[in-house]
Design a binder for this molecule. Sequence first.
Ligand SMILES: NC(=O)c1ccc[n+]([C@@H]2O[C@H](COP(=O)([O-])OP(=O)(O)OC[C@H]3O[C@@H](n4cnc5c(N)ncnc54)[C@H](OP(=O)(O)O)[C@@H]3O)[C@@H](O)[C@H]2O)c1
Length: 273
Amino acid sequence: MKAAVIGCGVMGRTLLDGLRRAGGWELAAATRSAETARAVTAELGLPVGTDNAAAVRGAELVVLCLKPKNLLAAAADLAPALAPDCCVVSIAAGVGLAELAGVLPAGQPLIRAMPNTPCRVGAGMTALAAGPRATAEQVAAGRRLFESVGRVAVLAEEHLDAVTGLSASGVAFLYLALEALVDGGVMAGLPRDKALELATQTMLGAARMVQETGRHPAALKDEVTTPAGCTISALLRLEDGRLRSVLARGVEEAARAAANLGRKISPPGSGSR
Ligand SMILES: NC(=O)c1ccc[n+]([C@@H]2O[C@H](COP(=O)([O-])OP(=O)(O)OC[C@H]3O[C@@H](n4cnc5c(N)ncnc54)[C@H](OP(=O)(O)O)[C@@H]3O)[C@@H](O)[C@H]2O)c1
């Protein structure tokens, strides 16, 4: 199956790299500047051009990895080159399927997706929302594409801004937490490289415990606390610092900002961009 990636910034590269590592896809890619095209070609060993129309020709899936402000104009330019049964997948935060449909030929199948950067190492989390014209086979193909770089959840479109706040932006929240854990380890006397190794594996291990045991995080947390022990003593400190509500509000804030991104863009030719 041929998949074309349009836009080779952070996410375009991430997906291309993940798909290249996974194998099984005929890949084509294009981006705006010749400089980026050359850099990505050198980095990933995939031919990347600057002709979007050439890249999408013959593709069953076209993944638009473009900033919300560039998405609609680029999609409108591409429209004549799309086969009628080509499924267009947009990963832009905050831009709805209806807005994208407005610049593409009537009936073009569409999917909105929200992946995250761990797709690069096969550990991504992507949510997909199918447009009304996408067939079950096209949704299955979209699912296969993102499953080659991680997990996939299919959701209603109304949830995608929340997904952006939780799993797309959430990666950054966890990096911050990781950095803080490492600093704590250093403060407690560990060499920084060892603290990083310990903190990283601990974060991976905790996540896998929840995934593989299916148990609630609170139950797993309770298991680590002994009466009057060191963990419960530290947990109370974290509660004093409102760690849980700060993280939860962070997700809420990112979801709100994602929804606003879509409100700030206007269709090509409307003169208000
Ligand atoms: N970053 C994340 O963690 C993340 C996660 C999930 C979803 N997203 C969404 O993914 C989208 C892309 O984000 P990003 O972080 O990858 O942005 P980015 O690094 O700025 O990449 C966007 C790329 O689009 C290219 N571009 C702009 N106009 C173009 C056009 N007309 N034709 C072809 N290519 C064009 C630019 O290429 P040149 O360099 O060639 O000019 C740029 O490198 C955004 O909508 C974002 O909401 C991001």
